[in-house]
Design a binder for this molecule. Sequence first.
Ligand code: SF4
Length: 600
Amino acid sequence: MKDLPKFPYEVYPWQEMIFDRLEHSEKKTTILESPTGSGKTVAVLYHVISKYPDRRIVFLTRTNSQGENLLREARKLGLNKVMTFFGRGEMCLFKKQASEMSQGTPEEQSNYCRALVEKNKSGKGGCPYDTNYDLGWKKTIMSQEEFLEVGQEYFCPYFAQKRLATDARVLVTSYSFFLNPFIRERFLGWMETDLKDIVLIADEAHNIPDLTRNLLSSKLTQGTLAGCSKEIDQYGDMMLNKVNASYIIDSIGEALNSLLKEGDRIITTQEVTEAYMDAFQMNSLDIKNLLALMANFGLSIRESKSNEGKLPRSYIYNTSILASRLMEDDESYRVIISHSEEPSGVSLMNLETYEILSFFGNSYRTFFMSGTISPFSKFLDETGLKDPEKVVIKASYLENNLRVLFVDDVTSKYTQKEESKGRMDSYIRDVVENITRNKVIFCTSYEQLSSFLEVEMKGRIYFERKGMSNEEFVTLISNFKEKGGNLFAVINGRISEGIDLPGKLVEVAVLTGIPFPPPSPETSAMELFYEMKFRRGWEYAYDAVAATRMRQAIGRLIRSPDDRGVAIILDSRARKFRTELPNLYLSKDVVSDTNNFLDQ
Ligand code: SF4
């Protein structure tokens, strides 16, 4: 065996358990559920480099900060040839001069970049960063920041990644990059390897099904149609089978309006086809033919834009393809949904994810990690994984350091919301004014969050706002970190999943209800799909989602074995989640119970 690095920390008992279970597993796939702060990332990485010293590793993350965490552990382990790999959207330096670049899809960005590189070759002035440069491994671990620094020497950071990928030992990349089959194939090509030879480590794996569904969904809006009209103004109102392109776009717009008239709902293919026929005043076959011609027109616009040095995006092409797919009823497990909320439109949503995720089964080994993956059956059903090793770690520090309290005289249940409102407000006031620790109050919706704006409370208070810009959000968090107090946020938002507030930065999390997904055509479609496919409609579409959201929010409290915290659930229905929420206690005085626990 090659020289193995020493494990860089004192090994916790629960990490011993992880090592033991992984060491003795013969299975190709492992799903590891272990709480935040348990050190599962370093444990899994150490296991992989020890047990498979000759294998290359791809580490999948949802956010760049999770990727940074992996690099930190890799540095501690003294690993060589570790690098991040992100798409042009993050790595292209030319996008500062060409804002169009950052708006493109990966495919559009790739074509745009290729055209600029071609221009360079023919001496017509393209991208200044496309210069010859032998990077080599400047550092043994190359982070996104280090690659971006390469740009100072006028070399493209994106291409710098490609050069190093051929002999990298560990590559950290994003799900959005790797879940796309087209990009994944190219990525493996740059690594000069095959999926069957690499070890995959998937972080925060509970997100995978939702990320996949988002990747597969597309939406037709009035905004998209406005983009089509602009292209017609610019590239001409092409005659397609005796009909003007503008007539086709106007007819799609008319059909869209009539479909949207009845509000948010699931729409059948038949309804779409009828709305088209009314608007176009044609039969469905003629409409399909016209849309195919329109798509060709869009392709020629893409080519013209590319020749003009613009992002090769054609709204006409994208709209024709989607408008045509909305008429097809041979695709299984997909629904068409109308949305009145801006940008209003009609979207095509794919419900099943297991087919696209079946590639995980082709790797040498895959390790899925998360603090909140249960119920396992849902994850297995959605990923289609067969017979994996399931490892659930119960870290003892959670038992000692976390309390989850709930009250039984208030609820956010839709039918009782009004009568509970006064009690909910007074709980919030009481907690804000009488628990002096830093708190995040996780609201079930922006509507509920706004209602707390009207409650008079003494204390330092911060409110997350809907549609906040990134800059405003960063300022809000840094103020909260610096001065402390009470931060009102929505559950399942940027704070409950992505912000690290360790130690005393947050000691209390208040959940103002059970965060079931709100009733919507999407949720109904998911419920129907889960029921039809797995006989677990309500359980998967509502209960499992609410449980994961609560566990994620509560997980903000304990970021390391030394953190202590109390979660307060202001909803009597919490008792239903006893299995998912260990350390759950009914409290008759949340203020005293919280203060007593934290003062211990
Ligand atoms: S070569 Fe690099 S910097 Fe230039 S356009 Fe392409 S991705 Fe962007």
